[in-house]
Design a binder for this molecule. Structure first.
Ligand code: PAF
Length: 309
């Protein structure tokens, strides 16, 4: 009688949960092959899972981090209310074939006496950084720590947080990290609303109305594609679209130079970031589209990717 055995799996389907930074270092020292890192704050949705799937397809080992980073929340922001569900996140990540989840407690990464910060000088001055003082200092500090703990070959971030992605790409270059930062497309609901853990703050009615953010961005994009190059007119189109939705309170609409994130005063002469921040009910929502380039294209051609001096 011949007994056939199923082929052994190429990787263990069992997910390893690590909470201790020292243990993360120890496990990382033993890993071989290309490592894909997907940093998250948990409460995962399809946007996060699209990053995980890309990381799974492109690497031998996938590490996802789940950490609601206190240092990127300002006073009065939603640190305590931020949605959390670790058991559900672990089940989703196991299904996606993630190998390692690093989910430390806040005190493990910021013990008493902690005093080291990583901060960029220019890019955080604009857009989200101008409205959320200290936010990007918290993001760049925690992501630096996660890079050091996991030493990835590739790290995956969503285009939805465009300023974050551009800042982190700059950080990777400036600090000479030997890794590729991959910016993945924004995942949207059928209405166009960008997926975000903060959408859970919306009532069903507000969620329906929140599609206005994407409509505003599309108004600017369509005008740009039709040849409009006056940044003031594109901002006006976005604002007019938002003004037609009574539940939307605009924080800003922006057409910014993608290299510097400075507002384009008049005529558009290169790739720009069309972005906005809007409050609807209890939620503060952000979204963006890139005009005149894409994250892949921009990674190859942008100014500032050459050495300084
Ligand atoms: O985008 C996020 O979820 C967070 O800012 C990040 C990159 C995980 C850092 O805390």
């Amino acid at each position: 009688m011949t007994v056939t055995h199923p082929a052994p799996p190429t990787r263990s389907p069992v997910l390893t949960l690590i909470e201790d930074p020292a243990k993360m270092h120890e496990v990382r020292r033993r890993l071989r092959g290309e490592i894909g890192l997907v940093p998250t704050m948990g409460y995962l949705h399809d946007g996060h899972l699209s990053l995980v799937r890309r990381a799974r397809a492109e690497n031998d080992v996938v590490i996802t981090t789940i950490f609601v980073n206190p240092t990127q929340f300002g006073p009065g922001e939603d640190l305590d209310a931020y949605p959390r569900d670790l058991p559900r996140d672990l089940a989703l990540l196991e299904q996606e074939g993630v190998d390692i989840v690093f989910a430390p407690a806040a005190e493990a990464l910021y013990p008493p006496g902690y005093q080291t910060w990583v901060e960029l000088s220019e890019l955080p001055r604009h857009l989200e950084g101008a409205r959320r003082p200290g936010h990007f200092r918290g993001v760049t500090t925690i992501v630096t720590k996660l890079f050091n703990l996991t030493r990835p070959t590739r790290a995956y971030f969503g285009q939805k947080d465009a300023q974050q992605a551009l800042i982190l790409r700059r950080l990777v270059e400036d600090l000479n990290y030997d890794l590729e930062l991959v910016i993945c497309p924004t995942m949207r609901e059928a209405s166009g609303l960008a997926m975000s853990s903060r959408n859970t703050y919306l009532t069903p009615e507000e969620r329906r109305r929140a599609a206005v953010l994407y409509r505003a961005l599309c108004a600017a994009r369509d005008a740009y594609l039709a040849g409009e190059r006056d940044a003031r007119r594109l901002r006006r189109l976005m604002q007019d679209t938002l003004d037609a939705e009574p539940l939307a309170q605009t924080e800003y609409v922006s057409i910014a130079d993608l290299a510097t994130l400075e507002e384009v005063p008049a005529q558009i002469r290169g790739p720009v970031l069309a972005s906005l921040a809007v409050r609807i009910g209890k939620a503060r929502l952000i979204d963006n589209l890139w005009l005149g380039t894409s994250p892949e294209e921009w990674g190859k051609t942008r100014p500032g990717s050459q050495p300084v001096g």
